[in-house]
Write a protein that binds this ligand. Structure first.
Ligand code: ACM
Length: 674
């Protein structure tokens, strides 16, 4: 009994609602926190007790390197099978598949004790996941670097947890992809979906059809040797690489070199408003695709092959009498039927080359075999329809990072909610997970990290952790911490913004510009993209909107402060002081910033924004004065303040001022009623 009591006292078992204050992201399935801690010092050593291979040795080398970077402690020692007093003992039963498989076991158990740590997993893929958890546990304490005593049992909720990167609208070099793979591994994502061809560019070298990149890439593409190396890099980190070649639409870049594939003669250009489509009525299209897909199937080892299939623009089909005759002769009703015919032909080719076809919502058609996977960009409903029809599916709707939504909004998107909530258990099991999408019309190598991170980590948690893990406050606390963990890996989502601000200001002192940048966010959804007539990657993306984070942490924290102050009946002196201090800084910022904005052609457009920050802050200060003195100002005053806020709310230079809403809460609080 004493033992049981001791065990109960020394262990706290946490349910999702009271997840412990650990900086773990994604939160593991089960966390039992002890009381002691494991110290990490230069005597740290790893021993393998069980399965060992070259892959696992490399994994441990990378782990030690990262731990060194994280702590500054030189840990050169390689893993020793029989280290005399190892700090970390790893036990895997067997190795990994040479090509990582969907559903390959990623589970692990991690036990951190004062005397040392044990990591146990069925295979070395689980070891990879567990090591990332261990790294997140280690931080500075009064007595040196340490990890808390903890027992973690963990495994993913969904087997497919991905990120799509579009390298067509803007080319993304491999070093940028590599560091994003490192970050994906840190949050236990396991699929990188490469959107390799679209209207604006063809990014993958084909040796059989060299004009694809020769004419269709503007010189920006990956060679096959580079891609092989990159796939191995991702595999080492437990990440599958799934290629997408978008067909039959989104395919203008193919037609610069091979116009005979298109439904109209051409010639074609990369920068254009024409949206040509492949001609699905001619045999030479399928002969070409058979050879091309055969070549790509040899290059990309993953079992899944994405053929796109989204947003087919039927204009060229409608305008071509030969294609219209084909539709009639085959008893088809419309262009959708023609696309389904194309997809059936394509599916047979993909299958012949031993791959499983993946496509966007539009490919769903009863004529296609149940083996295909449908990726839903249009809504959760189509995912449910697919699952009911016997198809497997992936959710991307709600996970579009280019929409500039705050992390909490992505976090709230649950793959098994909405129509999917009513599916049977078997149907639900067909929903494999999801993929966040980073479309790059307005994204460059300079700001892509900032557009992806840290928000992607919230989606990673949704896809890995139990559905009951839902507290946005806990998520944000851990997200803030993760940001710096990722910067250490070479990601630039924070430091990149600072560099860009220096560039556009042309000055060493960016403090007043940063004060403004910290409280604005890019306009949401496609408000900015809708102003772009033609995607042209040669147009510079070097404005303030390109540098700032999609989500303002400063504004979010300010809102929390205001809400604390109001809900506490204006008694919280500390909150009042902090609100006043921030508002005063914002009010006075424009006086310093304004002359500097005048000096940069890039920043002049932000002048009204800076003025708005100042006037909104003044409104907040006046409201705070009233609240602190328990005065109720006249209604006319309030109306005037609200009109200032209302004009400050409209976007300026494609940016939104994010402190307007919390300041409005202060104004409304001055009515005296709650
Ligand atoms: C898509 O967003 N058209 C996949």
């Amino acid at each position: 009994l004493i033992f049981i009591l001791q065990a109960l006292l020394s262990c706290a078992v946490f349910t999702s609602a009271q997840a412990p204050q650990l900086n773990l992201l994604p939160m593991p399935t089960s966390v039992k926190l002890g009381t002691g801690q494991l110290t990490i010092d230069k005597s740290f050593a790893v021993a393998l007790d069980g399965f060992d291979d070259q892959d696992l040795d490399k994994t441990i080398d990378r782990f030690l390197l990262q731990l060194s970077r994280q702590t500054g402690i030189p840990l050169g020692a390689r893993a020793q099978t029989k280290a005399s007093s190892p700090t970390l003992v790893i036990h895997a039963q067997h190795g990994r598949k040479a090509t990582q498989e969907l559903q390959e076991d990623e589970s692990y158990q991690l036990t951190v004790m004062q005397a040392g740590t044990e990591l146990t997993a069925p295979n070395s893929l689980g070891v990879l996941r567990g090591l990332q958890t261990f790294l997140q546990l280690i931080g500075p304490t009064p007595n040196g670097f340490a990890a808390p005593e903890v027992t973690i049992t963990d495994g993913p909720r969904f087997p497919w947890r991905g990120l799509l990167i579009d390298m067509c609208r803007h080319f993304i070099p491999l070093d940028v992809l590599e560091r994003n793979v490192d970050a994906m591994a840190a949050v236990k994502l396991n699929v990188l979906h490469l959107h390799l061809s679209d209207d604006e560019g063809f990014r993958m070298e084909s040796k059989k059809f060299p004009k694809l990149t020769g004419e269709g890439s503007g010189g920006l593409y990956y060679t096959q040797a580079e891609m092989r190396e990159f796939i191995a890099y991702a595999h080492d980190r437990g990440i599958r690489v799934v290629p997408e070649f978008d067909m039959p639409g989104h395919s203008r870049s193919w037609f610069l070199g091979y116009p005979e594939l298109a439904s109209a003669p051409g010639p074609y250009q990369l920068v254009s408003s024409v949206e040509p489509v492949m001609d699905p009525t001619q045999e030479k299209t399928y002969k070409f695709l058979d050879e091309f897909i055969g070549e790509m199937a040899g290059l990309f080892p993953d079992a899944y092959f994405h053929i796109g299939g989204d947003e087919v623009d039927g204009q060229q089909w409608n305008a071509n009498p030969k294609i219209q005759n084909f539709i009639r002769a085959h008893g088809m009703k419309n262009n959708q039927d023609l696309q389904a015919y194309f997809n059936q032909r394509l599916q047979k080719i993909v299958s012949k080359h031993h791959k499983i076809m993946v496509g966007w919502d539009e490919v769903l058609h009863p004529a296609l075999p149940k083996s295909i996977v449908v990726q839903s960009w249009r809504g959760q409903q189509s995912l449910a329809v697919a699952a009911k029809g016997g198809y497997r599916g992936l959710l991307s709707y709600g996970y579009y990072l280019d929409l500039m939504w705050p992390a909490w909004r992505h976090y709230a998107i649950e793959p098994l909610s909405g129509d999917a909530a009513n599916l049977s258990a078997e149907e639900k099991s067909r929903i494999l997970g999801g993929e966040a999408c980073m479309w790059t019309e307005l994204v460059t190598p300079e700001n892509i990290d900032n557009r992806i991170w840290p928000r992607l980590a919230a989606i990673a948690e949704r896809l890995w952790s139990p559905a009951s893990i839902q507290d946005p406050q806990s998520m944000y606390r851990r997200l803030d911490e993760l940001n710096w963990h990722l910067e250490l890996l070479g990601l630039t989502q924070r430091t990149g913004e600072i560099e860009m601000l220096h560039q556009m200001l042309g000055s060493d002192d960016i403090s007043s510009l940063l004060a403004l940048a910290d409280v604005v966010e890019p306009v949401k959804d496609y408000v900015r993209l809708d102003t772009v007539k033609i995607n042209d990657s040669s147009l510079p993306l070097n404005h303030l909107v390109d540098a700032v984070s999609p989500e303002s942490d400063v504004a979010r924290n300010f809102r929390t402060l205001v809400e604390t102050y109001i809900s506490g009946g204006y008694k919280d002196q500390n909150a009042a002081l902090q609100i006043r201090e921030r508002l005063a800084r914002w009010r006075d910022n424009d006086a310093v910033l304004h002359p500097a904005l005048e000096e940069s052609f890039l920043l002049r457009e932000a002048e009204p924004l800076s003025q708005n920050l100042s006037s909104v802050a003044a409104v907040g200060l006046a409201s705070l004065d009233s609240l602190e003195k328990s005065e109720i100002p006249p209604e006319a005053w309030r109306t005037q303040q609200l009109s200032i806020l209302s004009s400050a709310r409209s976007p300026t230079a494609m940016l939104l001022l994010m402190i307007v809403d919390p300041v409005q809460e202060l104004v409304m609080a001055t009515t005296g009623s709650k």
